[in-house]
Design a protein. Structure first.
Length: 350
């Protein structure tokens, strides 16, 4: 039987690397788009690339979502069965500093792919758009968001992704392209970028218990997120494209925890005692070790955003039913997985 061919933008990112592994296990030929960078940016996929088993089914191409020609040429050369558009400037905080670039990559980048599919008239292509819970932004009456909830993005990233969400829907309705949005709530893993809050915390705490003298500076400790595991969520990305008809799905766990609760769960897993003192900008966490109190975490307003999404919790009942979504990792499993990995990493750095 002819193998299915997938193209992944953002293959060097957290989700891209898990999705590539998943598709290779499912016997796909996987092509990925990587950017030219002055330093190595393929750390999450090097193990796939060097594995001799993947010699004839894993390919990387230089390209960029800001460059229409590269997007068009890659799609034209590969003629994939499925395209997963995971490439993005994906950091909400950074999007306030680079709003135009964020719009180009995370917004117009999606249009560039859809336009290539339209021009090339490759009917078989199924398109997945990495949409996000950042589309919801504001909490109105109900504290839980589903596919029918109102959108109210609160960052340049959220607005760029809102464009992508709607242009995906418009190309589906206007041109009959199989194009679906996965509206994914936060998902983390040991491969999460180190500037996102969960990984920033697990990297810091695991170094700390091995003797680091550093202090961690964080922003809003009270923000709540619905945190799942990336390995579970890429399976849903694939399942969304295996449906008979293109549709949009919310993917979430249905539980929300604050940044502070994330820290406390890490402390429990690491069996360390921390106490909190002060309020607001003066809030601090201390590490209690042999009855000695050592400063661990301080709030730093440099990490506050000009506009904050305070609360995100998803209602994924549609995905539970239609995609048979059953996450393997709960919140504690996720924290344990990240801590275990980062503890080994910290030890290897000693
Ligand atoms: P990530 O780790 O930040 O990965 C982003 C990927 O996009 C990287 O491979 C990056 O390449 C690539 N990229 C950045 N700019 C690009 C450009 N101009 N052209 C082509 N590729 C570019 O993000 P992630 O956590 O895996 O998330 C995957 C997707 O899901 C993103 O679109 C994100 O916005 C969306 N999403 C994520 C979450 C979440 O909680 N993780 C939730 C909802 C939606 P480099 O490695 O070279 O930087
Ligand atoms: O880890 P974060 O930066 O993730 P955020 O902003 O929720 O965005 C992530 O999830 C979205 C899905 O909802 C994705 F679309 C997006 O691509 C990305 O993957 O921040 C989480 C929360 C925020 O409220 C932030 O203000 O943590 C708060 N926070 C507190 N201190 C911090 C910090 N965030 C970061 N990055 N760094 C801090 O020091």
């Amino acid at each position: 039987m002819k193998k299915k061919v997938a193209l992944i933008t953002g293959i060097s990112g957290q989700d891209g690397s898990y999705l590539a592994e998943l598709l290779l296990k499912k016997n796909y030929v996987v092509h990925g788009v990587i950017r030219k960078s002055s330093s190595f940016n393929t750390g999450r996929i090097d193990h796939i690339y060097v594995d001799p088993h993947n010699k004839t089914n894993f390919y990387l191409h230089y390209g960029d979502l800001t460059d229409s020609n590269s997007v068009y040429n890659i799609i034209n050369n590969i003629k994939p069965d499925e395209i997963y558009n995971l490439g993005a400037q994906s950091h909400v905080g950074v999007s306030f500093d680079n709003p135009e670039y964020t719009a180009e990559v995370s917004g117009i980048g999606t249009l560039r792919i859809l336009e290539a599919i339209r021009f090339l008239k490759i009917k078989k292509i199924k398109f997945y758009q990495a949409s996000t819970s950042e589309l919801f932004g504001e909490t109105y009456n109900k504290n839980i968001f589903n596919e029918n909830s109102k959108f109210h993005p609160k960052s340049p990233y959220g607005v760029a992704k809102l464009y992508s969400f709607w242009i995906t829907s418009v190309y589906r309705e206007s041109y009959g392209i199989f194009a679906s949005n996965g509206i994914l709530f936060n998902h983390e893993s040991p491969r999460r970028g180190e500037t996102f809050v969960t990984r920033k915390i697990t990297r810091f705490l695991t170094r700390k218990i091995l003797g680091s003298k550093d202090i961690l500076y964080l922003g809003n400790l009270n923000a709540k997120r619905d945190w799942g595991h990336a390995a579970d969520y890429v399976e849903m990305q694939w399942r969304i494209l295996q449906q008979k008809k293109p549709e949009d799905f919310v993917v979430a766990t249905g539980n929300a925890y604050s940044v502070k609760q994330f820290i406390e769960t890490c402390a429990k897993v690491l069996k360390i005692k921390i106490i909190w003192q002060g309020k607001g900008i003066n809030e601090r966490a201390y590490f209690i070790n042999n009855n000695k109190k050592e400063l661990l975490i301080k709030v730093d307003k440099r990490y506050f955003r000009p506009n904050e999404v305070h609360y995100l919790k998803g209602d994924a009942r549609k995905a539970f039913k239609k995609l048979r979504f059953k996450p393997k990792f709960n919140f504690k499993d996720l924290v344990e997985d990240m801590i275990k990995h980062d503890l080994e990493l910290a030890r290897s750095e000693l």
